[in-house]
Ligand binder design. Structure first.
Ligand SMILES: Nc1nc2c(c(=O)[nH]1)N[C@H]1C(S)=C(S)[C@@H](COP(=O)(O)OP(=O)(O)OC[C@H]3O[C@@H](n4cnc5c(=O)[nH]c(N)nc54)[C@H](O)[C@@H]3O)O[C@H]1N2
Ligand SMILES: Nc1nc2c(c(=O)[nH]1)N[C@H]1C(S)=C(S)[C@@H](COP(=O)(O)OP(=O)(O)OC[C@H]3O[C@@H](n4cnc5c(=O)[nH]c(N)nc54)[C@H](O)[C@@H]3O)O[C@H]1N2
Ligand code: SF4
Ligand SMILES: [Mo]
Length: 710
């Protein structure tokens, strides 16, 4: 028999900053192994615990392999197989009916980052839905607050190369659990630590990463603004600024100085719970160590004051001049300089004039008619997303999805908590079964993902799904008949100097390409200012904020924002109190006294893998981390089944009584499926209120009570 063993070059499709380069092994048409590409400078041959048995994920017997129609009540998860032809024709007739009866905007696409590729990812359905004239979904679950803060302060720059951290001597990891969420950067941090760097972690609880830090500071959730403003205060008042850098490359210093005046370490300590002495020491060490770098996580934005806190944090390296050092500055979502023709991908030019945007963080209220949307939503299509797990106020979302008059289409790998509500369920391919090109929000590499095996059953890639839908709806624009390979060729801006003159053959040979934007050992993009802001400087004071600056991240969503306009914002960074903290909301705290934070699970990728026994074994059952003082007052002992609740909902978990969390706070990680977890998970208690900027979520800004279940 012919030996057909071969390898293909892959890229991890997940919404993870690491965007690993992978190698698929295929034997006789079967995926037999997946490993990290050893040549890739960030991947370094290793995949994380979630993905290292990626082939088993592909062959999970629970996969949705055929189009299905719902047979049981909504939410029951009962389906029967139908043909693609039947599925497409039903979608066509139901969408058409909704348009005739309620208008085109009564259709809402709901997609997110289940897959992150340029072809198969967040924007895969935009061209189709814009052509159809559906409501534009504004998606702000991740990074919109931090991106607004970033754009206002330093503009759309990639900032510091994560690989440059190897040269840092002082590293602040601020609200980021790198060991779980950015492990390939953590290796670089460890290398710096071995070379003498001090690693400081700022996190309200002792995360895996905090446990490995040289110094762990624990502000209360949502109070980072006070801490960062106090650092600014100490740096300015202690005469630790780089006066020349400030003079030449910043605007608004005097206004910032005035704003920071109030934030003495003593004043900030009262708010954030970090001692004045520690704040002084942090500011002093940060400002006086050369090659001092900051890595803020996405988590910092998840409260009312999160984005304002980030503007203060983003102001720090311009005050101290640390942008001049290769291991200085800030590493924050470096996705801005990937040369992609996002206008071709998204086709904002096809959005009919005046089409409304609907923020899908509000999905529950929107579906339940609790907003002033007119017409309401009568058809919903969910792909690359699992709102019942990952959005906010999910009990309300479930009620909305149960509406008999709502027509819901879901494209999925599995019958997720959301898919259970589908009228039509469509089978989607996994990474090894389709072609894609990955950009990254955690390093400077483009990575090709080559199809390695044939799709199982009747699964289709997202791109193929929208080709089929476009054909069914009679859309004949050329891009709706382009293959994945053709789309990659057309989407990438090959003329950009950042692609250094390469073509697809480079990717076919090597699998990845590092953007041509300088060597990590010497790269200092802002040593001489050169900030891509309106003034060309780092803007402590932002006129753009006053003019209306709510940006929806990442960059390709700005096109929608440009159409929608922004809201006037504070021109300066500052401290904005959390919405739900005992100090700021005593009435609510009287009933629900505990702050809850819901970070990412080590063993899951958002809600993915949370249905797979091996990953559940690694991750454990839903745990509720609670301080012994809070546990004893409630008769909660280690391992007890507890319920966590507020007015928005209730979920259950196993108490883990630990000093890792301070009194007054509990931690429950994200991702658990309702159907596998006593009918609930953490987002039933999450508020859908926006944070301060970019309509960011407030997952770290919620009060709950915890009690014994039963
Ligand atoms: N409480 C709380 N909530 C949060 C967060 C938090 O920290 N705390 N984090 C927020 C953040 S940062 C994010 S990014 C969001 C993530 O929210 P989501 O993007 O919804 O996250 P995932 O669970 O990764 O993916 C959703 C679904 O996409 C499906 N999928 C994957 N690939 C494909 C594909 O190729 N085709 C199709 N059709 N489907 C596919 C997966 O099976 C999965 O069910 O959650 C947000 N929610
Ligand atoms: N294993 C794993 N990796 C992932 C993901 C996953 O689900 N699982 N998801 C991916 C995605 S979509 C994203 S966006 C990233 C997110 O990655 P991170 O930014 O690391 O996000 P989290 O893990 O949610 O939170 C990180 C830490 O921030 C702390 N935190 C919460 N609120 C606050 C606050 O107000 N202030 C401060 N200072 N700290 C706070 C939490 O306690 C937590 O330890 O991870 C990506 N990588
Ligand atoms: S989830 Fe992240 S760390 Fe894991 S393989 Fe994918 S890109 Fe790499
Ligand atoms: Mo995210």
């Amino acid at each position: 028999m012919l030996d057909t063993a071969t390898t293909k070059l892959g890229a991890c499709p997940h919404d993870c900053p690491d965007t690993c380069a992978m190698i698929y092994s295929v034997e006789n048409g079967r995926l037999t192994g997946v490993r990290g590409n050893p040549d890739h400078p960030m991947t370094r041959g290793a995949l994380c615990v979630k993905v290292k048995d990626f082939e088993a994920h592909h062959y999970n017997p629970d996969r949705v392999l055929y189009p299905m129609r719902r047979t049981g009540p909504k939410g029951s998860g009962q389906f029967t197989r139908i043909s693609w032809e039947e599925a497409l024709s039903e979608i066509h007739s139901r969408f058409t009916k909704v348009i005739e009866t309620h208008g085109r905007e009564a259709i809402l696409p709901y997609n997110y980052l289940g897959n992150e590729g340029v072809v198969q990812g967040l924007t895969v359905g935009d061209a189709f839905f814009n052509k159809l004239g559906a409501s534009v979904a504004e998606k702000t679950f991740c990074g919109s607050g931090s991106s607004t803060a970033w754009l206002l302060t330093v503009g759309p720059t990639n900032g510091t190369d994560p690989m440059s951290f190897a040269q840092s001597k002082h590293i602040i990891i601020w609200g980021c659990n790198s060991i779980s969420t950015n492990i390939h950067h953590w290796h670089v941090v460890k290398e710096a630590q071995r070379n003498g760097a001090k690693v400081v972690v700022i996190d309200p609880y002792r995360s895996r990463t905090a446990k490995e830090a040289d110094w762990h500071l624990m502000p209360k959730p949502g109070t980072d603004g006070a801490l960062a403003m106090a650092m600014i205060h100490c740096i300015i008042n202690g005469n630790l600024i780089d006066a020349d850098y400030v003079e030449r490359h910043t605007v608004g210093f005097d206004a910032l100085k005035e704003r920071a005046e109030l934030f003495t370490p003593e004043y900030a300590a009262e708010i954030c719970g970090v001692s004045a002495e520690d704040i002084r020491m942090l500011a002093h060490e940060y400002a006086t160590t050369r090659n001092a770098a900051i890595r803020p996580g996405v988590a910092v934005e998840r409260s009312a004051g999160g984005a304002q806190a980030l503007r203060a944090i983003f102001s720090l390296p311009a005050l101290t001049g640390s942008w001049k050092d290769p291991g200085g500055g800030i590493y924050q979502m470096p996705l801005w300089e990937f040369p992609v023709h996002w206008d071709r991908v998204c086709r904002p030019d096809w959005i009919p004039e005046g089409t409304r945007a609907v923020n899908v963080l509000q999905l529950g209220a929107v579906l339940n008619g609790e907003t002033d949307l007119n017409p309401g939503i009568h058809a919903l299509m969910v792909y690359n997303a699992n709102p019942v797990s990952n959005s906010a106020e999910t009990a309300s979302i479930k009620r909305g999805l149960a509406r008999e008059d709502l027509f819901t289409v879901v494209s999925e790998h599995f019958v997720t908590d959301t898919a259970r509500y589908a009228d039509i369920l469509l089978p989607a391919t996994m990474a090894a079964e389709h072609d894609d090109m990955m950009f990254s929000w955690g390093h400077f590499f483009f990575t090709l993902n080559e199809k390695a095996i044939e799709p199982p059953g009747e699964t289709v890639s997202n791109a193929e799904l929208f080709r089929r839908l476009a054909k069914t709806f009679g859309f004949t624009d050329p891009q709706f008949s382009m293959s994945e390979a053709e789309l990659i060729e057309w989407y990438l801006d090959w003329d950009s100097p950042k692609l250094g003159g390469i073509d697809m053959s480079h990717f076919r040979q090597h699998g990845y390409y590092r953007l041509n934007i300088g060597d990590p050992e010497t790269r200092t993009p802002h040593a001489e200012g050169n900030f891509p802001t309106p003034s060309g400087k780092c803007e402590f004071f932002s006129q753009a904020a006053i003019d209306g600056g709510n940006f929806v991240a990442p960059p390709f969503r700005q096109m929608y924002e440009a159409k929608q306009g922004g809201e006037p914002l504070d021109p300066l960074p500052g401290y904005v109190p959390a919405r739900e903290r005992p100090e700021t909301n005593p009435a609510q705290a009287a009933r629900f006294p505990l702050n809850i934070v819901s970070p990412k699970s080590h063993g899951f990728l958002n809600s993915q893998y949370a249905n797979e026994p091996r990953k559940i074994r690694i991750q454990g059952e839903q745990a509720i981390l609670i301080n012994p003082a809070d546990a004893s007052g409630r008769a909660i002992t280690e391992g007890a089944l507890v319920r966590v609740y507020n007015d928005r909902g209730t979920f259950h978990g196993q108490a883990s009584v630990t000093e890792d969390v301070p009194p007054g706070m509990v931690v429950a990680s994200l991702g658990y499926w309702h159907a596998l977890n006593r009918d609930g998970a953490v987002n039933v208690i999450s508020s859908s209120a926006y944070g301060g900027m970019g309509h960011s979520p407030t997952f770290s800004d919620n009060l709950v009570e915890v009690g014994l279940a039963g």
